[in-house]
Design a protein around this ligand. Structure first.
Ligand code: ATP
Ligand code: MG
Length: 446
C-alpha cells in the first residue's frame, strides 16, 4: 500500500484591532491609517497573500508612488515575513517581468501579485486586478488613486478591493477628505495592534518600550502624526509654500549640459547632508542626489560620493563636475572634504533671514506655472537606518513639514527658526543663496 504525503506548510499571523477588521471587511476601499510601526503594511500584505492562496487565479498588485521605494519596504516584509515559508517551498516564486508584463510573484495555483510604482505605471496599468495594495498612500495623487480603482475588475475574487496603508498627513489631504466623505473606509491602526510592541496582556515588550521611547522623542507635527496617528496640519512652519505635490517630482534623466552645484551641511551626531543640484536653462534648481546620514566620517562620505559620480574602472566622471561646492563653515571639515574629494569648496552665505526668503521665493509658482526649486523623488540612495528606525527625517523633503519658527514666548514671531530638522534645508538655503543672493550687499550692523 502506498500513501501520498501532503506537506503542510505553516504560517502564523494573528491580526489585532484594525488589522483584524481589514482581514474580514469587504468594502471597496479601505485605508489602514496610523502612527509609525503599528503593523499596517504587514496586515495589508498578509491579506493580499491570503487571498492569493484562497482564490486560485486571482490577480493582485502591490504599488507605491515609486518602484524604488517599494523594494526597501513592503517587499522586504513580504519576502521575509509574509511569504517566507511559501517562497522557501516554491509555492510562490519571483518573476522579474518582461517588456509586456510587470515584475510579479507567481503562485502555483495560478494567482499572481504584480509589483510596481506609479512613476512607471504603463505595465502595471495595462492589467486588471482583484485586489490592489497601495503602500504609503499619502504619496499618491488623487488621480493615481482613481486610475487604480479603474483597474479593479478582474472578477476572479468574489469582491474587488483597494487596500492601502499610510501614516497620517495634514487634515486637508485628499485622502483624509476622501475618507471623511465616505468613499474610503479609514481604519485606525494603533501600536497596541502590533504584538511585537505590545504583548497579549497589553504590556509593552522590550522592543515596544524601546521603539515608543524613540517616537516619544519626536517633536511637533511629526510626533502628532507618527506617535499619535493624527491627521493634522503643520503649524508655524518656516516654508509655508512647500507642497509635496508641486515640489517633489519623478526622476528623469538630467541633460548632461545642465550645470551642477553641490551643497554641504556637516554633521556627525546630526546628519551630514550633501546635495547635488542641476540647473536648467531657465535657472530652475533640481536636487537630484543626496547624502543624508548620521555617524559617518567626512572622508567616508567623500569616498561614497566619488563612487556615485565616477566610473569604477577608469575614474572618469559620469556626470558633470560641480561648478562649486558650497559648504557650511567648519574649517576642519571643509579641509577634510576638499582633501578627500580632490576639489576645492567655497563657504556658504549663511545669513538666515535673506536665505530663507530666497528659498521661499523659489518655492512659489512662477509665471509658467512651475516653481523654481524642485526635488527629485528617491534622491537618497542609502537611507540612514538609524534615522528611519527612529522615525526622524531621512531626507530634505521630510524636513519641510517639521522645520518651524521658534515661538517661545517673548521671541519675535517668524524671526528665528528652531535649530532642528534643518540639515537638508540649510544645504538647500546655501545653494539658493549662492545662485540668488550673489551681489546683494551684506550689511553688518556695528
Ligand atoms: N500581527 C503581527 N504579528 C507579528 N508581527 C507583526 C504583526 N504586526 C506587525 N508585525 C511586525 O511589526 C513590524 C512593523 O510592522 P509594519 O512594517 O507592518 O508597520 P507599519 O505600520 O507599516 O510601519 P510604518 O508606519 O513605519 O510604515 C514588522 O516587522 C511586522 O512584521
Ligand atoms: Mg508600512
Amino acid at each position: 500500500m502506498t500513501t501520498t504525503e501532503r506537506k503542510v506548510i505553516q504560517h502564523r499571523f494573528a491580526p489585532r484591532g484594525a488589522a483584524r477588521q481589514l482581514f474580514t471587511d469587504k468594502s471597496p476601499e479601505i485605508l489602514l491609517s496610523g502612527p509609525a510601526g503599528t503593523g499596517k503594511s504587514r496586515a495589508c500584505l498578509e491579506k493580499l497573500n491570503f487571498c492569493a492562496l484562497k482564490y486560485a487565479g486571482m490577480r493582485g498588485l502591490i504599488v507605491r508612488k515609486t518602484a524604488v521605494s517599494l523594494t526597501s519596504t513592503a517587499l522586504v516584509t513580504y519576502r521575509k515575513q509574509v511569504a517566507r515559508e511559501i517562497l522557501a517551498n516554491r509555492v510562490v516564486h519571483w518573476y522579474g517581468g518582461s517588456a509586456q508584463e510587470p515584475a510579479q510573484f507567481r503562485y502555483s495555483n495560478g494567482s499572481t501579485i504584480a509589483v510596481g510604482g506609479m512613476d512607471k505605471a504603463t505595465r502595471i496599468m495595462s492589467s486588471e486586478y482583484d485586489m490592489i495594495f497601495v503602500q504609503e498612500a499619502i504619496e499618491l495623487t488623487i488621480n493615481d488613486w482613481e486610475s487604480l480603482t479603474t483597474r479593479l475588475r478582474n472578477g476572479v475574487m468574489p469582491y474587488q478591493q483597494l487596500i492601502a496603508d499610510t501614516n497620517p498627513d495634514s487634515d486637508t489631504h485628499w485622502l483624509n477628505q476622501r475618507s471623511l466623505a465616505g468613499n474610503t473606509l479609514m481604519l485606525e491602526s494603533r501600536h497596541e495592534d502590533n504584538p511585537m510592541l505590545v504583548d497579549d496582556h497589553g504590556a509593552r515588550t522590550e522592543r515596544g518600550a524601546d521603539y515608543l521611547a524613540k517616537l516619544d522623542a519626536l517633536t511637533g507635527v511629526r510626533k502628532l502624526r507618527l506617535r499619535d496617528g493624527l491627521w493634522v496640519a503643520a503649524e508655524g512652519v518656516v516654508y509655508e509654500g512647500w507642497d509635496r505635490q508641486l515640489h517633489l517630482v519623478d526622476r528623469f534623466d538630467i541633460p548632461h549640459d545642465w550645470p551642477r552645484w553641490w551643497s554641504v551641511d556637516f554633521g556627525y551626531t546630526n546628519p551630514f547632508v550633501l546635495q547635488r543640484w542641476a540647473e536648467d536653462p531657465d535657472g530652475r534648481l533640481y536636487r537630484y542626489a543626496e547624502t543624508y546620514h548620521t555617524r559617518r566620517l567626512v572622508e567616508d562620505h567623500a569616498r561614497d560620493v566619488l563612487k556615485e559620480v565616477t566610473k569604477a574602472r577608469t575614474g572618469e566622471w559620469k556626470e558633470p563636475k560641480p561648478r562649486a561646492i558650497i559648504c557650511d563653515h567648519d574649517a576642519e571639515d571643509r579641509a577634510t572634504l576638499e582633501r578627500h574629494l580632490g576639489m576645492s569648496t567655497i563657504p556658504a552665505r549663511k545669513d538666515v533671514g535673506p536665505g530663507i526668503q530666497a528659498v521661499e521665493k523659489r518655492l512659489e509658482v512662477a509665471g509658467d506655472g512651475r516653481p523654481r526649486l524642485l526635488f527629485l523623488r528617491d534622491s537618497v540612495s542609502k537611507r540612514d537606518p538609524a534615522l528611519v528606525d527612529a522615525a526622524r527625517p531621512a531626507s530634505t523633503e521630510e524636513e519641510f513639514p517639521v522645520y518651524v519658527w521658534d515661538s517661545t514666548p517673548g521671541k519675535p514671531p517668524k524671526e528665528t527658526p528652531v535649530k532642528d530638522n534643518d540639515h537638508g534645508l540649510d544645504s538647500t538655503r546655501y545653494v539658493v543663496a549662492h545662485r540668488d543672493l550673489q551681489g546683494v550687499p551684506r550689511v553688518r550692523f556695528m
